[in-house]
Design a protein around this ligand. Structure first.
Ligand code: ADP
Ligand code: MG
Length: 525
C-alpha cells in the first residue's frame, strides 16, 4: 500500500529499526555526560557559536548548551531540565538512568519481548521502588543537613568552597522558611560579585539592592513605615514630551517650569498625605524634587530594576503602581526597616518587610568562575529547600539505588511472565549510578558494584555505597554522603517517564529535513 498523501512530505521509520535509532540517540546523550557524574567527574569545556567558553561539571548545563536536534535526545534533555526545575539536583543521574533503562530494554526486545511489556514492567518497578523509599530514608539532624548540601556540590570546586556555599545556602533558606516550613524560592536573592574569595560569601536577612538613596540629605535608616513602588518615574519629561512651546513673553518659560515643579510637588504631597516614608521608582526621579522629598522625611531610590521591585512587592506585601497619580491606600506596602549601608566599600539598600526575604552575596575571583559559583548556589539553595521542607534523606554514593535494586529483585520473583524480566532489567539499570561513580574515579565498575551489593546484603544495611577515596564499599552515613530523598525520587520518576515514552513510540514521522543524530557511544550498544 502506498503512503497516505498526508504523509507525502515526511520520512517514516517504524518498527524495530526506528526503536533502535531512538535508543541509540538516548544512549549517545547519556554517554556524553556520563563522565561528569560524581565528585570525581570531569569538567566539560563548552564553546558556543560565538566562541565563548564555559567550563562546567553540571549535567543539565552541558545538555542545555549543546545544540541537539534529535527528538529523542530532546526528550531526555527536557527530563533533565524538569529535574533541574523541580529538584535542582540529580540532573546528570536522571539522564544516565534513562539511558541505561533504554539500553536494557533493547536487550529484552532483541530477545523477542514486546516494548509495551517492557514498559509495563518498568512502570511496576517504578511504583514499587517509590514505595520502598520510605524504608531507606531517615530524618536528618542539623549537622547532617550540612553534609547533604555539601554532597550536592561534589565535584564542583574545592572543599572549603563547598563548605561555605552549603552553609550560606542553608542560612538563607532558613531565613525565608515560613512557620509551616514551606520555602518560596523567589524570596531569596543572589547577588554575585567578582573579586574576593568564595569563602567570604554571606547570607543576609532582608532584601538587598545595590543602590544608594538619591540624596544624602535623606534619612539613612527609616523604621516601621509605608512604601510605594512605582513602575515608572517621578519626572518632568512625563508631561512635556510632546509639547511645543512658543515663548512670546518674558517669564513664560519660567512659569512653565514652575508649573512642572508644582506638578512633581503635588505627587510628593500625595505621598506625604499617605504617610509614605520610602519611595522606589523603576525610572528616574527628578533632581529638582530631591530636596522636597528629603525635607518631608521620604527616603527615595531611582532606577530600581523591575525584578527588584517585584521582590520588594512580595517582601512589603504590596504591588507596583504605574504612577503616583494612581496611588490608592491599597497600594501602600509596609516595612520593618529600610536602611542604607556599605559592605566592603559597596552601597546597599537593605529592606526588611513583614514577608521574609534573604540575600546572598556570592563572591568569586574571576568572571568565568562567578558563573560556576552561581550555578553551585542555585543547586545548593534547591537542595537546602528540600531539606528544610522535608528533612528526609537517603544515602548517596549509589547506596540508595543498590538498596532499591535489591528489594526490586525480590519483588520480581513474585511477578509471573515476561514482566519479571523487565523488572530485573530495571533493577540492573538503576545500579548504573554505582558503576559510573566508580568508573569516573578510575575504579573497576563491576567489582565495585558486586562488592557494594555483597556488603549491603551481608550487613543488612541500606547505607553501604562506594567510598571513592578508597575504592571500597563504606557506610555513607559515616562518610556524610547523603541526598534529600526528594531528589532521588524525582530522578527515578523522570528517568522512568522518558524510558517509557520512548518505548511507547512505535512510529517516527520526520518532516523532510536533515535531522542531526548524535554520534554513537564508543562501546556501542
Ligand atoms: P547529578 O547531576 O546527578 O546530581 P553529580 O555530578 O552532582 O550529578 O553527582 C551526584 C552523585 O555523586 C550522587 O549519586 C552522589 O551520591 C554521588 N556522590 C557525591 N559525593 C560523593 C562522595 N563523596 N562519594 C561517593 N559518591 C558521591
Ligand atoms: Mg549534583
Amino acid at each position: 500500500m502506498s503512503e497516505a498523501p498526508i504523509l507525502k512530505d515526511t520520512t517514516r521509520s517504524s518498527g524495530r529499526e526506528a526503536l533502535q535509532k531512538k535508543i541509540q540517540a538516548a544512549m549517545a546523550l547519556a554517554s556524553a555526560i556520563r563522565s561528569t557524574l560524581g565528585p570525581k567527574g570531569l569538567d566539560k569545556l563548552l564553546i558556543d557559536d560565538e566562541g565563548r567558553t564555559l567550563v562546567t561539571n553540571d549535567g543539565v548545563t552541558v545538555l542545555e548548551t549543546a545544540k541537539v536536534e534529535h527528538p529523542i535526545a530532546k526528550m531526555m534533555i527536557n527530563a533533565s531540565s524538569t529535574q533541574d526545575r523541580i529538584a535542582k539536583d540529580g540532573t546528570t543521574s536522571t539522564v544516565i538512568l534513562a539511558g541505561e533503562m533504554l539500553q536494557n530494554a533493547w536487550q529484552l526486545i532483541l530477545q523477542g519481548i514486546h516494548p509495551s511489556t517492557v514498559a509495563r514492567g518498568y512502570r511496576k518497578s517504578e511504583q514499587y521502588i517509590l514505595q520502598c523509599m520510605s524504608e531507606i530514608k531517615f530524618e536528618a539532624n542539623e549537622n547532617i543537613k550540612n553534609s547533604v548540601v555539601k554532597t550536592s556540590l561534589a565535584g564542583k570546586g574545592h572543599s572549603s568552597m563547598q563548605e561555605t556555599i552549603a552553609r550560606v545556602s542553608l542560612d538563607a533558606v532558613r531565613m525565608v522558611a515560613e512557620q509551616d516550613s514551606t520555602v518560596d524560592l523567589s524570596k531569596i536573592k543572589l547577588i554575585s560579585q567578582t573579586g574576593g574569595r568564595v569563602e567570604d560569601s554571606k547570607a543576609f536577612r532582608g532584601l538587598m539592592i545595590p543602590k544608594k538613596r538619591i540624596s544624602s540629605n535623606m534619612m539613612k535608616t527609616v523604621k516601621h513605615g509605608k512604601i510605594v513602588l512605582v513602575d515608572g518615574g517621578l519626572e518632568k519629561s512625563n508631561v512635556a514630551t510632546d509639547l511645543k512651546l512658543n515663548v512670546t513673553t518674558v517669564g513664560v518659560l519660567e512659569s512653565f517650569r514652575q508649573e512642572e515643579r508644582n506638578m512633581l510637588k503635588r505627587q510628593v504631597d500625595k505621598l506625604i498625605k499617605n504617610n509614605v516614608t520610602v519611595l522606589a521608582c523603576r525610572e528616574s526621579i527628578d533632581d529638582d524634587i530631591k530636596n522636597y522629598l528629603a525635607e518631608n522625611g521620604i527616603q527615595a531610590f531611582r532606577r530600581v530594576a523591575r525584578s527588584d521591585l517585584n521582590m520588594l512587592a512580595r517582601v512589603c506585601n504590596t504591588n507596583l503602581i504605574n504612577s503616583i497619580d494612581a496611588l490608592t491606600t491599597n497600594d501602600l506596602g509596609s516595612f520593618i526597616s529600610s536602611e542604607n549601608t556599605t559592605i566592603d566599600g559597596k552601597d546597599f539598600w537593605i529592606i526588611k518587610g513583614d514577608g521574609n526575604a534573604a540575600t546572598i552575596i556570592a563572591k568569586a575571583s574571576t568572571a568565568d568562575f562567578v558563573s560556576e559559583v552561581e550555578r553551585c548556589f542555585d543547586d545548593s539553595i534547591g537542595v537546602s529547600i528540600h531539606l528544610v521542607e522535608d528533612g528526609f534523606v537517603v544515602c548517596g554514593g549509589g547506596a540508595s539505588y543498590v538498596a532499591l535494586a535489591r528489594r526490586l529483585r525480590r519483588y520480581a520473583e513474585t511477578i509471573p511472565g515476561r514482566e519479571q524480566l523487565a523488572i530485573e532489567a530495571y533493577a540492573d539499570a538503576i545500579e548504573v549510578i554505582v558503576r559510573v561513580l566508580a568508573e569516573n574515579a578510575g575504579i573497576d565498575p563491576i567489582t565495585t558494584l558486586l562488592d557494594v551489593v555483597a556488603k549491603q546484603t551481608n550487613n543488612d544495611s541500606d547505607y553501604i555505597g562506594i567510598n571513592l577515596s578508597t575504592g571500597r564499599p563504606s557506610d555513607m552515613v559515616e562518610l556524610g554522603v547523603l541526598e534529600p530523598q526528594g531528589i532521588v525520587k524525582q530522578a527515578i520518576i523522570g528517568a522512568t517517564e522518558v524510558a517509557i515514552s520512548v518505548l511507547r513510540i512505535d512510529d517516527v514521522l520526520w518532516a523532510k529535513q536533515e535531522m542531526q543524530m548524535p554520534d554513537m557511544p564508543e562501546d556501542g550498544m
